[in-house]
Design a protein around this ligand. Sequence first.
Ligand code: GLN
Length: 547
Amino acid sequence: MARSTKYIFVTGGVISSLGKGISAAAIGALLESRGLRVNFLKLDPYINVDPGTMNPLQHGEVYVTEDGAETDMDLGHYERFTHTRTRQANNCTAGRIYYRVITKERHGDYLGGTVQVIPHITDEIQLVFTEGSQDCDVAIIETGGTVGDIESLPFLEAIRQFRGKQNRGDVLNIHVTLVPYIKTADELKTKPSQHSVAALRQIGIQPDILLCRGERDLPLDIRRKLALFCNVPEDCIFGARDVESIYMMPTYFHSQNLDGKICELLNIWSKDPDLEPWEHICDTIRNPSKEVRIALVGKYVKLHESYKSLIEALNHGGYANDCKVCLDYIDSEELESMNEGEIEDVLGNADGILVPGGFGVRGTEGKIRAIEYARTHNVPFFGICLGMQMALVEYARHVCGWSDANSSEFYPDTPHPVIHLMASQEIVTEKGGTMRLGAYPCCLADGSHAREIYGKREISERHRHRYEVNAALRPELEKAGILFSGTSPDDTLVELFELPGHPWYIATQFHPEYQSKPTAAHPLFASFIQAAILQQTKNGMRIGSGT
Ligand code: GLN
């Protein structure tokens, strides 16, 4: 067991999207499998204080932690691959660092000194390293961006300084780089990696380990060439080739002894890794006995990264049922102008329909049409956050007969605001900082479907929204058949509702997807996929019909 905290810094070179986050998470999984406690820190070089107000189509999903921080989606990978519970301290942007330094400066903390990138910004970054590395044997610190970017320079400089202050053998630099395959020359190319490592060394960082992303495994001659030009020992150069599923990364890295090498370099004595859970997941992914189609009806379907946790949670639900989940991404806006026959063409093949969260009015009427289809055709339906709110609107319009029902977010003067801002909520004057964020407790009604699925009465789930179910209209909606089976402990807030009599219809104000793991699927997702499998049997078997 390690005595003091050891640090692994993960940087990226050549291009973005090399899978640094997955690599960091997979390394964490391997170290955990050796009995070590890991923690993570993600540094983002942009100026926003957090990604909360960033467009999902630009930045991907905003991941919400238990303590209500809106963070980078890599934190989702960290939680899915390990037992770490991330918090605000596990994600920091350049904007937050500058904000902290400027706040101190305004407070007079620098005693009249000139406040500069070195040492003030770099000192603050090092403080963040330690804040994000509490209670662990190994802290894995990932820097966003690519080496060579102007924006990442202060972070890299902080890493260089930090290493100098630690004991020898307590800090490791892992550089994730690209080794492209050039088809016409039938060759793997090392030059981009050579340049990237040269850029790192210019800043004063010599990588200890290279993870080489590419389409193929690294042959020995390429490894040797990289070793020579990058000044990294041959046995510290590892392949990170494309694999079928991100969950194959831990066993793939282990097959090359990456975890053994990390422990050797960091001087950590640990037990042999127990990789049985990961091997089991790999088997399930490779040989599913069933296949279902889920329609995901949302606004951000053009960038799948926007629904990262959701897509992963659906996959996990599949693993729990030995089933492959095929997703049909459906742009809700496109449903709006369709006639019934066209809707049938788009949704008729789905074994389950999921309407996720979102912001803004665009596409909401299309979501309502998808929900109506699921309700009236008895297709398993899962509504999450905005998906839940629109489900209530759909029911109010088509079952209660309140044709003007809506969320006051989209129709402020509707006579039937089934979703609204509560009187106690302050008037929204600024975007950001006004939402119900993070984990809240929820009580499930005895005898309800949700209670049966969770197998317990009290649950805790994470939220990210402003609007709530209008308590004044609850009695009439209940009379019309809705079961508000999940509420806050004082029964004032609706957290979940269901439709008795429907094969599977659950709508949640919270985001259950944030807590699902490949090795422990969230119960709602496991149950939803199980219902989709049943639905498929009803529709007639389509196993093996391809994706
Ligand atoms: N726009 C809705 C609200 O703020 C739903 C948000 C969401 O789906 N995350 O309440």
